[in-house]
Design a protein around this ligand. Structure first.
Ligand code: CDP
Ligand code: CDP
Length: 220
């Protein structure tokens, strides 16, 4: 079967990466977690004490950043940072960092390069609107902010990080706002995307819903 692109967009905690991983395995696709790429840039900025409010400073260091994804591991300048990119500290600054145009240009180029000649599922915020506006299937995943915050608190707890529900909910709402109101590639549903609400679906049911869409639209 020919190569194809599946765009999976939506806000934090809607279930994108969990679902994309299972779908990629079941359908034999390459999975690209574009959020992790933005997180690697944010981690570099944090570790090198760069002021992310100063756009020129960020532009100046972009050439020092090499982002690789090898066997599910996220590699920043040769070092595996798969765990470091998920901390609350990185999560707090990743939205403003992602709003900088030069950061997006660099990472979108890389996303298109990695996807070339493959069957791919990409998850992110702007896959269906900007990165691959001609994607073969576009899905926009949503869930209520409270459900998403509940899931995130559980995720943190499983990694030994204690974060209270109210703090996580506030962070999620703030990130939703920054991501959807920014000038460059805001988080929004593409006109031709299919919305799937996972608030009342467990992981298995979410995967089933999306598998059916793939079989219907692409043939799988
Ligand atoms: O996993 P979670 O949903 O918390 O976030 P993520 O997918 O890892 O993305 C982290 C941040 O990167 C988002 O809040 C966005 O600010 C940014 N992002 C983006 O701007 N464009 C993308 N295609 C993916 C992520
Ligand atoms: O990638 P994104 O931020 O959209 O979400 P995720 O990291 O895939 O999912 C956040 C958490 O919600 C994970 O722990 C998932 O296992 C969980 N989840 C769930 O409980 N029910 C779903 N229908 C989807 C995800």
């Amino acid at each position: 079967m020919k190569n194809y692109i599946i765009a999976l967009d939506g806000p934090a905690g809607s279930g994108k990466s969990t679902i994309a991983k299972v779908i990629a395995k079941n359908f034999g696709l390459t999975y690209l977690d574009t959020g992790a790429m933005y997180r690697m840039v944010a981690l570099y900025i944090l570790e090198n004490n760069i002021d992310f409010n100063n756009v020129a400073d960020v532009e100046n260091i972009l050439n020092n950043i090499k982002v690789d994804i090898i066997d599910d591991k996220f590699i920043l300048n040769g070092k595996d940072v798969s765990l470091e990119i998920r901390t609350p500290e990185v999560t707090k600054i990743v939205s403003p960092v992602s709003a900088i145009k030069a950061v997006r240009v660099k990472l979108v180029d890389l996303q298109r390069e990695i996807s070339k000649g493959k069957k791919v599922i990409l998850d992110g915020r702007d896959i269906g609107t900007v990165v691959f506006p001609n994607a073969d299937l576009k899905i926009f995943l949503v869930a209520s902010p409270e459900e998403r915050a509940k899931r995130r608190v559980k995720d943190y707890a499983s990694k030994g990080i204690t974060e209270d529900f109210e703090t996580v909910l506030k962070d999620i709402l703030e990130r939703d706002h920054t991501d959807s109101t920014r000038k460059e590639s805001p988080l929004k549903k593409a006109e031709d995307a299919i919305e799937v609400d996972t608030s009342f679906l467990n992981i298995e049911e979410s995967v089933q819903t999306i598998s059916n869409l793939i079989k219907e639209k692409i043939g799988g």
